[in-house]
Design a protein around this ligand. Sequence first.
Ligand code: GDP
Ligand code: CA
Length: 315
Amino acid sequence: MLVALAGGVGGARLLAGLVRVVDPTEVTAVVNTGDDMVLHGLYVSPDIDTVVYTLAGRANPVSGWGLATETWTVMDELATLGGETWFRLGDRDLATHLYRTHRLAGGASLREVTAELARARGVRIHVVPMSDDPVRTCLTLAEDAPGAPAGTEIAFQHYFVRLAHAVAISALRFDGAGTARPAPGVLDAIGEAGAVIACPSNPLVSLGPMLAVPGVRDALRARRDAVVAVSPIVAGVALKGPADRLLAELGHESSAVGVARLYADWAGTLVIDEADAHLADAVEAEGVRAVVAPTVMSTPAVAASLARTVLDAAR
Ligand code: GDP
Ligand code: CA
């Protein structure tokens, strides 16, 4: 059994590689829910949907979110009504949110609904939210943004989508994390896994919320030797999104070494990109074994080869 900790795109890419090299039914993906939100009364879980859509072969390769061959009739009509359209929900994608919201309202847990959605889409790995309880990533603005002065705390999607993460941040908080429980089975899965993979996801806003759920970090620490992380920072920058800027803004180093420093207490090994081979010694000086490999998953073949590297490193 394997456990993978995943945010959105980076996590989904590595999982798509992993299912090419191991039996998918042996894989449990624990997915960030700090990005979740309720919009138009609908429960939206962006990272879970990115993972499920990607593994189902349905992800939109251009946008990096939502479904391929999407249409926008509902959003266009909503715009006519003057409704909120800054967070776009496509017609097909809406079916996911309708299904999830209806099931949650009927008393199902997010874990149960996620399993149903994954199964219905033909996904064979176990996709599990990090928690059934709400944990919401909140960011404090370091500078004025349209409609929100410096010092205001805003929700993750407000930062990420509405402000296009083009604004500096001074603090991060995971609302609800103090009392959230890991989803049923998560701690046992980490405890029993042959290997635990920390996917190349945003260290602060994708893995950060998971680590903030009581019990998760300790469970990982107890398995440190079996934990292999992949650096999402390549040559000092994020391949996508604000990870590099957030690291710098919050006092960390935007490099594979900075990632090693952040993960050192719970990850025994860090896979760093070939472009960062010269940083291997500095990573190891943080007490983390460095493995150098191509990590930019530009094709499914590279993702599969990276998955193999990660599994070899865990052995
Ligand atoms: P999001 O939820 O969609 O924003 O995605 P993640 O939480 O997965 O975080 C995005 C991070 O994944 C960024 O820091 C990227 O640099 C990283 N990432 C995305 N694709 C790759 C890849 O192919 N290789 C590596 N090493 N990192 C990646
Ligand atoms: Ca995300």
